[in-house]
Design a protein around this ligand. Structure first.
Ligand code: ADP
Length: 320
């Protein structure tokens, strides 16, 4: 369990250069400048802010060997709720067990009196969400490249009986070479017995499979990740998720009725549309398996780049 202990980070605190006169220790942003992993005798110095989720703040840190990591910091105030505590413990346990080149590498977890820290591989180029925000939509060769890498991660997770349950652009990280690393196992679940069905309603509305929303009695399994792949594929091609509206209730209705369309612009090939249609099948059992997805004409008959240049953040890459 996550226990409290005396604050080992105390003596390691450095003076903050940007602190102005009159600012106090009760500042909202009063993070220590270094985190101390007492068990491993390691110090992580905070270098910059990377991002923030519903649950945690993420900073870039450097260890004593000058290696860089991402530190996911969850304040203990957040963990007063049993639900959040369970979620974090499950995230740590599952993430720890996932070792694959397409998964954000987990390094360590520790705590002090104020927070719990997860030390992870740092992904220099943020997420596919950030890429789409800059580019609006991607070219089909890029989409093939990313989808094939996401499929590798998915195959690995499913072979190890893990359902991610929150696959979305914001959880698909990009390393320094623009390769995909799946992260955030906060909603992941392990299938312990063959045929077991999960009953917890969870996910991000735009990406949630219909069986999670409308068939909670029967539960859900691996196929919810396949549905999310359909949402991810559509979003990369079109620039917004297929069931997106302002109102969550309306999103749910659209998901239930499989109510989505392809706009006339940007143009989407018929192979890509067909794959989206297969992935977004309302019936979980009718969705393709990972091998079937890989064999789809969208991949088989189209160009797949070997790598994506970082320049892709600013302009359409040209593949000659
Ligand atoms: P939460 O579980 O609270 O949603 P996330 O794991 O999604 O937190 O992280 C929040 C944000 O922090 C991400 O959107 C991203 O911008 C940044 N981030 C998280 N992990 C990393 C990482 N390994 N490398 C780089 N940035 C990261």
């Amino acid at each position: 369990a996550i226990q409290t202990e005396s604050d080992p980070a105390g003596p390691l605190r450095l003076k903050r250069s940007h602190r102005t006169l009159g600012s106090s220790d009760t500042d909202v942003d009063d993070e220590p400048d270094a985190y101390y992993d007492k068990t491993r005798g390691q110090v992580y110095r905070r270098t910059r802010f990377l991002g923030e989720g519903g649950f945690a703040r993420v900073y870039e840190v450097t260890d004593s060997n000058n290696r860089r990591f991402a530190a996911k910091v969850v304040q203990k105030g957040t963990l007063k709720r049993e639900k959040n505590r369970k979620k974090l413990l499950s995230e740590i346990k599952i993430h720890q067990s996932m070792i694959h080149k397409r998964v954000v590498k987990y390094h360590a977890a520790f705590e002090d009196t104020r927070s719990v820290y997860l030390i992870l591989e740092v992904c220099e180029n943020k997420t596919l969400m950030d890429l789409i925000k800059k580019r609006e939509c991607l070219t089909e060769p890029e989409v093939r490249f990313y989808m094939l890498q996401i499929l590798e991660a998915c195959q690995y997770m499913h072979q190890h009986r893990v359902i991610h349950r929150d696959l979305k652009l914001g959880n698909l990280f990009l390393d320094q070479d623009m390769n995909i690393k799946v992260g955030d196992f906060g909603l992941a679940a392990v299938i312990v017995k063959d045929g077991e069905r999960k009953k917890t309603i969870c996910g991000t509305p735009n990406y949630m499979a219909p069986e999670i929303l409308f068939d909670s009695q029967n539960g859900h399994s691996y196929e919810v990740d396949i549905w999310s792949l359909g949402i991810i594929l559509y979003t990369m091609l079109v620039g917004r998720p297929p069931f997106a509206t302002e109102d969550t209730k309306e999103i749910c209705r659209k998901i239930k009725e499989n109510d989505y369309e392809f706009p006339s612009s940007p143009p989407v090939s018929s192979a890509a549309r067909d794959l989206v249609r297969q992935l977004l099948n309302t019936l979980p059992d009718a969705r393709p398996t990972i091998s079937e997805i890989r064999a789809h004409p969208f991949f088989a008959d189209g160009y797949v780049p070997e790598k994506i240049p970082q320049l892709a953040f600013y302009e359409e890459p040209k593949f000659v």
